[in-house]
Write a protein that binds this ligand. Structure first.
Ligand SMILES: Cc1cc2nc3c(=O)[nH]c(=O)nc-3n(C[C@H](O)[C@H](O)[C@H](O)COP(=O)(O)OP(=O)(O)OC[C@H]3O[C@@H](n4cnc5c(N)ncnc54)[C@H](O)[C@@H]3O)c2cc1C
Length: 499
């Protein structure tokens, strides 16, 4: 089949690799001039690193180079993805600096219109995979007074548009947000700026990279045991104990992380202890502490304005300022907003979008991949996790199997019930912090298991068992792709694939 893939980030590239290997004709469109998505030079901010350690942020069959640090920089991840393109011969399939403007269903086919320097063109495909990234479009608040602020030289940028730390040199800088990106970008800014204030609407728990300075957080949270500490829709095996008789032990384990973090970062001294328990806060997002952030707070180079928001921007005595909810006015030459992202598919037609979303704007995707009633369309990367490359690669296998007609799925009503059940569960489990149904944290490996369950494949149970106490290793899944593709290619593969 001729397949269009929209996006050359982790999800688009792994989809391209799997579908090419399955014998399809692929074109991958990306509006940026380089591959990598989040890690593209057009989007990285100074201080950007992965949250996941390198072994967990790898494709199954393509490990990160040994010389890379445990938490690679944005530039290093982008280079890794460039080498993935070279290794698997994806270059000829790439159409970079080409923005997809419209995707229109025409019977069984799809017309994809792209705009590039050469002009606008439309091509027809049998299938479309949307891999446009759920953390791709920054969401920047509309502050009143922006025009007055800009008129006296004030600058407001999304974190992903802040590429050069020299823009902060000698300036008064406000960073809005308290998530991983906000803390990451604050540290290099604080080294050159005249002042650095972090405007934090809500404090969040930060997990140390090295718990108590010794144990890599992956040993605790990136294991199957770590995932099992959070109650999923269905409990299996040991999870029944953890959420039954072992409940106290489970909660103590999770909340002890909070205690360690308070002690390790001196949060009491800095009045930065978040409200609520670690167990509750950690649900929607496990924020890894940025190296140097709390050290910067202790040294006075970083000031966190807790429980505050910017109410307006403006000018005082010809200088740009920001007013906070408590009435204080801060000098603000530069405001960097690390305030999250919006998820959308603006190039799809109204009629497709109507079938894609629920009434609250959540994506309705079976296995986070397939719209319920839009044949021929798939989404990948809509399973954002702690192991995003692994989840995206497994989703690509699912797509390959479906293209081959090798998946036996339940009827639409059953799939709809499952999708709605999953959404209702995630609403409760994450206090609706699931980015319109696109984030599966903290249930990354449950998604992998469910996707592989549909395919009838799994890695050996003894290997899986090692992931209970050791970090999940995407490399353990490396045999699945070639084995599955071999099965799909075999003529006797009519229905279900089993390994
Ligand atoms: C700062 C940051 C750090 C992260 N760290 C981790 C981590 O440590 N571990 C982890 O598992 N996950 C992490 N993530 C999650 C991350 O989103 C995924 O790991 C992964 O990079 C997402 O890949 P993607 O391909 O789905 O999306 P993206 O990387 O966003 O790629 C989408 C691509 O689609 C392109 N595109 C969008 N619209 C169009 C259009 N109309 N036409 C053409 N092209 C288009 C974009 O230009 C982009 O290149 C992080 C995310 C962020 C923002």
């Amino acid at each position: 089949m001729r397949v269009a893939i929209i996006g050359a980030g982790v999800a688009g590239l792994t989809t391209a690799k799997v579908l090419l290997a399955a014998g399809h004709e692929i074109l991958v469109f990306d509006r940026t001039p380089d591959v990598g998505g989040v890690w593209s030079r057009t989007r990285r901010y100074p201080g950007l690193t992965t949250q996941s350690p390198k072994a967990q942020y790898s494709f199954t069959d393509f490990p990160m180079p040994r010389h890379l640090p445990e938490w690679p920089t944005g530039a290093q991840v982008q280079e890794y993805l460039e080498s993935y393109v070279a290794e698997f011969g994806l270059e000829p399939s790439l159409r970079l600096a080409a923005t997809v403007e419209a995707v229109v269903q025409d019977g069984d086919a799809w017309a994809v219109t792209t705009r590039s320097a050469a002009g606008t063109s439309t091509a027809t495909f049998d299938r479309v995979v949307v891999a446009n990234g759920v953390f791709c479009e920054p969401s920047v608040p509309e502050f009143p007074g922006r025009a007055e602020f800009a008129a006296v030289g004030g600058r407001l940028l999304a974190g992903s548009d802040f590429h050069d730390v020299d823009q902060a040199l000698g300036r008064h800088v406000l960073v809005v947000g308290y998530g991983k990106s906000a803390c990451d970008v604050t540290v290099p800014i604080s080294k050159v700026a005249a002042s650095t204030d972090v405007i934090a609407r809500q404090l969040l728990w930060k997990v140390p990279r090295k718990i108590a300075g010794v144990v890599n957080f992956k040993m605790l949270l990136l294991t199957r045991m770590g995932e099992a500490l959070f109650r999923y829709r269905w409990l299996r095996g040991f999870e029944k104990f953890l959420h039954g008789p072992g409940n106290r032990l489970r909660r103590a384990l999770l909340n002890s992380l909070g205690t360690v973090s308070v002690r390790q970062f001196g949060l009491k001294r800095h009045d930065l202890v978040p409200g609520g328990r670690m167990e509750d806060i950690v649900k929607g997002a496990i924020g890894l502490a940025t190296e140097g952030f709390f050290e910067g707070v202790a040294a006075g180079a970083i000031k966190v304005r807790r429980d505050q928001t910017i109410t307006s921007l403006g000018e005082r005595d010809g200088r740009p300022v920001a007013e906070l909810a408590d009435g204080s006015v801060l000098p603000a030459d530069l405001v960097v907003c690390a305030t999250g992202f919006t998820q959308g598919v603006p190039f799809l037609t109204e009629s497709v979008q109507q079938r894609l979303f629920d009434e609250r704007g959540n994506f309705l995707l079976y296995r986070q991949i397939q719209p319920l009633e839009v044949p021929g369309l798939y989404l990948n990367g809509y399973n954002s996790s702690f192991f995003s490359p692994l989840n995206a690669e497994m989703a690509a296998l699912w797509i390959a199997a479906d293209l081959a007609g090798a998946l036996t799925l339940p009827d639409v009503a059953t799939r709809r019930a499952d999708v709605l059940g999953q959404l209702a569960f995630m609403d409760e489990a994450t206090d609706t912090h699931h980015c319109r149904g696109t984030k599966i944290i903290p249930f990354s490996m449950r998604n992998v298991d469910e996707v592989l369950g549909d395919l009838g494949v799994q890695i050996p149970s003894r290997v899986r068992a090692t992931h209970w106490l050791n970090p999940v290793a995407p490399a353990a899944y490396r045999a699945l792709t070639p084995a599955l593709l071999q099965r799909l290619a075999a003529p006797e593969t009519a229905a279900r694939v089993t390994l």
